[in-house]
Design a protein around this ligand. Sequence first.
Ligand code: HEM
Length: 407
Amino acid sequence: MGNSTEGVAFSLNDSRFQSSPGEVMAELREKCPVHFSEVPSAYFTISRGNDVMNALRDEMTWSSIYGPGLAYNKSGDGVLVSSDPPEHTRERLAISRIFQPSAINKMEDDIRSLTNQLIDGFGEKNACDLIKDYAMPIPLTVMCWLLGTPIEDIDRFRRWVLPMAEAVAYSGGREASDEVRLAYSNFFEYFGSHITKRANTLSSGAMVPDDLLTQLLTVERGNERLTHKEILGFCQFLLVAGSATTTLLIGNAVYRLLEFPEQMQKLQKKKDLLPNVIEESLRYDAPVHGLFRTNTCPVTLHNVDIPSNSKVYMMFGSANRDSDLWEDPDEFNISRKLDDLKRHTAFGVGTHYCLGAPLARLEATIALQTLLTRLPSMSLNGTPKNVKAEVLNGFEELPVSWGDRPK
Ligand code: HEM
């Protein structure tokens, strides 16, 4: 094996990576494009944009069958994100109908009302934690609408989401904390019974809501339905993949606009730059740093031998900062061309490209529109706190304040 760790100290749990991901990714791209680490267990990291994109487009070599995390999941246990073609193609065809933009756009008015209600709830206050009080309840409430659970339960879900996200970087050893174990067992108990109740109502012939859960229970993949276990696993993936990520996107976009006031002024002068803000935020601060693949055969890349069946971390976030792909990649600039910006890899690449991208974009756009209209004088009000989950990028707390009461 070539010397793949030369010159760059990096592992997922590295605190320097958590606090300065851009700096560490630049070092990896330059000095060590195929990095090997053994912490907490053996894996390689690919950081150059072209390498990441080529690999993600070649799922015969870079399989998802052992799951997107560091641990080797039992193959065949997961839906979509843990499967390869042709199984993945059948599942994706069935499930993608649920995520059609026409179905998503129907939620626009409800999402707008939700964002306004959250700001109404600030009352006379002139400060809040933008994550806890705004960016997190939005996607979690949408998730309740999709999965047919009571809105009051978002407080439980918020306690489970980030601990469950931490497990993506676990090796499958004993590192899970009590908090993470509890989050999983509470999730499985709650959703196990929720799915069973809905399945029973369906088979009794009684009326059921026309939501994503009903569609998951009735959708046909080839000639067969999804199993209870597959639906449970998919709901678990969705809760993390659909809510934690969108929360991070909203927080990251607001933070950069406050950090770079000239970009905020540009946006205030030209409101139709908002889609550019969302895409530039996704490029500049990809909410998911990266996810794993497992190679089905030995691969040699940049003189490094990657033995068959290695876990390999594909760094979406690093691809977005690669100067081979982007001009001035380390500059946050909302004036980049929108079509060009949409080449970013924050939603993945190829077969597993995010099915929820239209929904995430819609939620973030409305969240920012409402904030900019109702809290135009918002500013930072303390030091933000980063999320703990190693594969995620963004804030767990983002203190902000504003001069007057909300408009
Ligand atoms: C800013 C928000 C989001 C980000 C950054 C994001 C990121 C990603 C990424 C990087 C992947 C690729 C996984 C891989 O290659 O292994 C992915 C897949 C996926 N995402 Fe998202 N996601 C977001 C929001 C959502 C939402 C809101 C939903 C649904 C409610 C969702 C559902 C999915 C699904 C179902 C897949 C699997 C697709 C497949 O394997 O074919 N995501 N997402």
